[in-house]
Design a protein around this ligand. Structure first.
Ligand code: ATP
Ligand code: MG
Length: 320
């Protein structure tokens, strides 16, 4: 069963009308119950939320058969309070949301909300997650655009396919995520450079001419590979970086949630791992929770957490 702390968290988020926190705690309870072997109960909790999600979001956009390979529906299921960003970036993300909500006021003065956004930075720093949070907070369906498919499967017809994508964007209000945006920006062995250049020009033109109500988010972890002309097409370019000590502490607090005790010195861990990505911090914490659970502990210990971080850090060094 849910712990007293989890039940109190549910009640507190309900009284504060904090839907995001309510959802996070409920899913946490589902995970805890699943790990204890109470699958049916965990599935009931998840199903209750999935029904609401399906009804409010995914139904709003229907991807036609001939676009299934280039457009894919994603579920916006991440919340603002889970996203840990540098303060300046936090403000810029808030501003995108604020302008979107107030777009009518801006339009009356001939202005448009910032809605063409480029997110650049190292892997695992929250670019895709930011797109997900934006869609979720603004109650927009989220659609991933597979640029790599457009380029490989539609060789010779890529520009026509891109036009078709932007016609779809104009007719279907959603958040469109162009992940790995650098696919088109640089020279890659084996590909037809001339074709790539033409497609890139078409894409820039389509972005520039897009007057839809959709939000376009392009993400890349290789901003150096991008053509300079690309940056001008966006209303905002946000640079992501690895988390600082505060960011790491915040990520640990969020990820351990009810598995955290006062005995744990988060700071002593945060200061030892300043070159770690957000994704690795979250994974190390999840590893620690799993170890604690399987050892029958209700909370993570300092030793377990330190070991999980040491293992994660060794794995990162192997990749370097
Ligand atoms: N800033 C962040 N705040 C909270 N969690 C984060 C953050 N960045 C990453 N994470 C965690 O790591 C996971 C992976 O992050 P995400 O996919 O957003 O990284 P990315 O920047 O898009 O990386 P890539 O460049 O490889 O696509 C997220 O689902 C989340 O659990
Ligand atoms: Mg990503």
């Amino acid at each position: 069963m849910a712990t007293a702390e989890q039940i109190m968290s549910l009640i507190r988020s309900h009284t504060r009308d904090d839907r995001e926190h309510f959802y996070t705690v409920a899913l946490q309870i589902a995970s805890t119950e699943a790990r204890k072997g109470h699958q049916a109960f965990a599935n009931d909790i998840r199903k209750a939320f999935k029904t609401v999600e399906r009804e409010t979001k995914s139904k709003q956009v229907l991807i036609p058969d001939d676009m299934q390979d280039v457009l894919a529906l994603r579920t916006p299921d991440r919340f603002r309070n889970q996203l840990v960003l540098a303060e300046a970036n936090q403000k810029r993300v808030e501003r995108i949301m604020h302008e979107y909500v107030q777009q009518e006021v801006l339009r009356q003065h001939g202005l448009s909300n910032r809605r063409k956004i480029l997110l650049a930075g190292p892997p695992g720093t929250g670019k895709t997650m930011t797109a997900n949070v934006l869609a979720n907070t603004l109650h927009l369906p989220m659609v991933a655009v597979h640029l790599d498919m457009i380029l490989s499967r539609y060789m010779g017809e890529s520009s026509a396919k891109l036009h078709q994508v932007f016609e779809f964007i104009a007719k279907n209000r959603a958040l469109y995520l162009f992940d790995e945006f650098d696919t088109l920006g640089g020279e890659r062995g084996g590909n037809d450079i001339g074709e790539m250049r033409r497609v890139l020009n078409t894409l820039l033109l389509c972005i520039e001419q897009d007057k839809s109500e959709s939000i376009l988010v392009a993400a890349t972890n290789k901003p150096n590979m991008l053509d300079r002309a690309i940056f001008r097409r966006f209303d905002d370019c946000i640079e992501f970086s690895l988390p600082d000590r505060n960011g790491i502490s915040q990520l640990i607090r969020n990820s351990l949630s009810t598995f955290l005790t006062e005995d744990i010195s988060i700071d002593s861990i945060a200061k030892n791992y300043e070159n770690i990505s957000c994704a690795d911090v979250v994974s190390a914490c999840h590893d620690a929770v799993k170890i604690a659970l399987l050892e029958g502990k209700a909370q993570v210990t300092q030793l377990i957490l330190e070991q999980s971080f040491a293992e994660r850090s060794a794995a990162i060094k192997l990749q370097e």
